[in-house]
Design a protein around this ligand. Structure first.
Ligand SMILES: C[S@@+](CC[C@H](N)C(=O)[O-])C[C@H]1O[C@@H](n2cnc3c(N)ncnc32)[C@H](O)[C@@H]1O
Length: 296
């Protein structure tokens, strides 16, 4: 999970509903027939969380999820579809100069190409795909006043960028400093880094190139339901991507009804101190999982 956040004390006014979202879930036919075996509820000490509503077996697909917003990483701009992040075909060793894998993806993205999730979201709102408050339900990062000042500079750039694109002022009336910081505060702690499992020769080549450029991810995306999963350093569920931006969540072991489902936000092979530091510095919380409580 991409977590760039620093979690400091600055009273940030947010709309933060506790109602579970009911949109943007999609369910595979191999998952439960009608609804996934989960419910969203309150945990004792980690805010909202996702719980098993019935027993789930090891390896079961719990649900899949489509993103609210996504964008390719800069090194993948021309190698994956700009909308669904699926790898683009390679033609005789030369990458085709296309950015969408299909007409459908091109139409769904309305042809818009912006490198940042927040700009992408602004464009989606302007083109009527989503409403400006679509991310309000997600937990925001708590921002320092210094961070907000920095964001304001970026905000001015975004406004200028939209004005330069000849977008009518009433169409972008929602693009205020308040909207920008609130959206970014959510993106920063809820965006996932999308990496595909390496397999083919091309995958290995691009992985090698990516490690030189320190960017193995094909892109980033924000989802609704997956953002409600809390972290565990020994998780009982995994989130992963196989060929495009659609996420899959699977059980890593048998899970009893009522048990909280948790995924791992970081590299769980690190030691206790390193994990705690990364989770605190980057994600803004002290991990309360069993593994951390026993300082393993
Ligand atoms: C992506 S959100 C997860 C959903 C969140 N609990 C909510 O109510 O929206 C990440 C936030 O959940 C809390 N959290 C997640 N895992 C945690 C853990 N292992 N220990 C303590 N807090 C945790 C932290 O506040 C963290 O910033």
């Amino acid at each position: 999970m991409l977590r760039l956040a620093r979690y400091n004390r600055w009273a940030f006014q947010v709309k933060y509903p506790t109602k579970a979202p009911s949109l943007l879930f999609s369910f595979s036919t191999s998952a439960a027939e009608s609804a996934p075996p989960i419910r969203v509820g309150l945990t004792e000490s980690s805010g909202r969380g996702v719980f098993a509503s019935r027993r789930i077996g090891t390896g079961d697909l719990i649900h899949t999820a489509q993103p609210i917003i996504s964008h390719p990483s800069l090194s993948s701009l021309y190698t994956v579809c700009y909308f669904c992040l699926q790898k683009l075909p390679i033609n005789s060793g030369v990458l085709q100069n296309v950015s969408f894998c299909s007409k459908r993806c091109e139409e769904k993205s309305k042809g818009l190409k912006y490198p940042l999730l927040v700009k992408r979201l602004a464009c989606q709102v302007i083109s009527g795909v989503v409403t400006p408050d679509v991310l309000d339900i997600l937990q925001p990062e708590i921002l320092t006043s210094e961070k907000v000042s920095l964001m304001k500079k970026d905000f001015a750039l975004l406004r200028r960028n939209l004005e330069d694109s000849s977008i009518e002022s009433d169409q972008m009336a929602f693009v205020t400093e308040g909207w920008y910081t609130a959206v970014l505060a959510r993106i920063r702690i809820n965006a996932f880094r999308i990496e595909y499992p390496g397999g083919s020769y091309e995958d290995l080549l691009s992985l090698a190139a990516a490690s030189v450029e320190a960017e193995a991810a094909v892109g980033n995306a924000v989802y609704m339901l997956p953002s409600l999963y809390n972290h565990d350093c020994d998780p009982n569920a995994n989130i992963f991507w196989t060929e495009n931006v659609d996420a899959q969540i699977k059980a890593r072991r048998d899970i009893e009804q009522g048990e909280e489902l948790r995924i791992c936000y970081i590299d769980a092979s690190m030691d206790y101190e390193a994990r705690q530091n990364i989770l605190y510095e980057g994600f803004g919380f002290r991990c309360n999982c069993l593994r951390c409580e026993s300082k393993d």
